[in-house]
Design a binder for this molecule. Structure first.
Ligand SMILES: [Zn+2]
Length: 85
């Protein structure tokens, strides 16, 4: 692979499957097992355009009710200024 990491300049990558968090206007879709190339030095991840397109399409399909996700998660959200301790 002749690619060069745009963050650290390393040319050493490995194929990995990771959790990808897609964000859109305050909504999120978490996709597990997403293929990517990971920089072995700094850990920056690089995805094929087709992979990202597919995730984006899935997000739209779920939002429009055409598809259901495998499962859903309720995530607590808070503001730092409210935290105690
Ligand atoms: Zn890197």
């Amino acid at each position: 692979m002749s690619r060069k990491c745009s963050f650290c300049g390393s040319t050493d990558f490995r194929a990995a499957e990771v959790q990808y968090v897609y964000r859109n206007n305050g909504s999120m879709l978490i996709v597990n097992g997403v293929p990517c190339e990971e920089c072995t030095y700094c850990g920056e991840r690089y995805y094929e355009a087709d992979v990202l397109k597919k995730i984006e399409r899935e997000f739209e399909a779920i939002r429009s009710g055409k598809r259901r996700p495998q499962r859903e998660l309720t995530v607590p959200i808070d503001d730092y200024s409210r935290l105690v301790g």
